[in-house]
Design a protein around this ligand. Structure first.
Ligand code: SAH
Length: 236
């Protein structure tokens, strides 16, 4: 069974978008994953199919109605009640490589993408989606957040990336001890007076592995003291 990405959005035409290109596009064409979009507007309320309304108690912007969100989600979860339901949100748990690895083991994901100021809190209480944040900044909607999470997850789905190694031995991965990746080089041998370090092309695999590991540690220590502290704690 291929990995199923369900997208609930008022802008379904945004998908697959960038996920239809390159590695992910090929994998989509090859049937390694599939995408189903569900237009929020089909679940709108009343004659005008409204999906949002003004915030109760006042305030700027509009809020996605709880009944509309629930009707849209229920139409997707019927038959797919085993798939995680993700609500992209700046107040969610931070997205990261660990979640991507976890999701990639499963059969798919359901994303509810909203715009406006957010969704009626009673929808969240009633359906308990997993709120996930891309980072400490505010986007205009959940669609790009869903694409980012899907892109990171799908490349770890078996078969999507040609060589599975490239999905495990890289930045943040358990196989890399959660460290940042070592520096990469390719042709030409000399670029504007800078040569590829001799050791990298020496053919001594043991020395190269030790050098890469040392580079990964130095980089992580200087650029990401938070990751470095986690690494040191785990090593104890
Ligand atoms: N008023 C909200 C922000 C709404 S932004 C607040 O202050 O928290 C509109 C929508 O974009 C959000 O409901 C969410 O679906 C999406 N979004 C915005 N920033 C995001 C982020 N950092 N991560 C994931 N989704 C985000």
């Amino acid at each position: 069974m291929s990995f199923a990405a369900h997208i609930i959005s008022a802008y379904p035409d945004m998908f697959p978008g960038p996920l239809g290109e390159s590695l992910h596009g090929r994998a989509l064409a090859d049937g390694l994953w599939r995408i189903e979009t569900h237009d929020l507007r089909n679940f709108g309320a009343g004659k005008h199919k409204n999906i949002d309304d003004t915030p109760a108690g006042g305030g700027p912007g509009m809020v996605l109605r709880a009944d509309v969100a629930a009707a849209a989600l229920d139409s997707v979860t019927t038959g797919h009640d085993d798939l995680p339901v993700i609500l992209p949100s700046p107040r969610g748990v931070p997205f990261g490589q660990t979640l991507a690895h976890e999701w990639a083991q499963g059969d798919g994901l359901i994303f509810l993408c909203n715009r406006f100021e957010g969704v009626d809190e009673r929808f969240i209480a009633a359906r308990q989606p997993l709120e996930v944040s891309l980072g400490d900044y505010v986007l205009a909607g959940g669609e790009l957040a869903a694409m980012v999470m899907l892109e990171a997850t799908l490349r770890l789905v078996p078969g999507v990336m040609g060589k599975l190694e490239s999905g495990t031995d890289e930045s943040f991965s358990p196989a890399n001890d959660g460290l940042l990746e070592y520096p990469q080089f390719t042709r030409p041998q000399s670029f504007e007076g800078r040569d590829i370090p001799d050791l990298v092309t020496s053919g001594d695999h043991e020395k190269l592995a030790a050098w890469r590991r040392a580079q990964a540690e130095t980089l992580t220590q200087s650029r990401r003291p938070d990751l470095w502290a986690d690494f040191v704690k785990r090593k104890k």
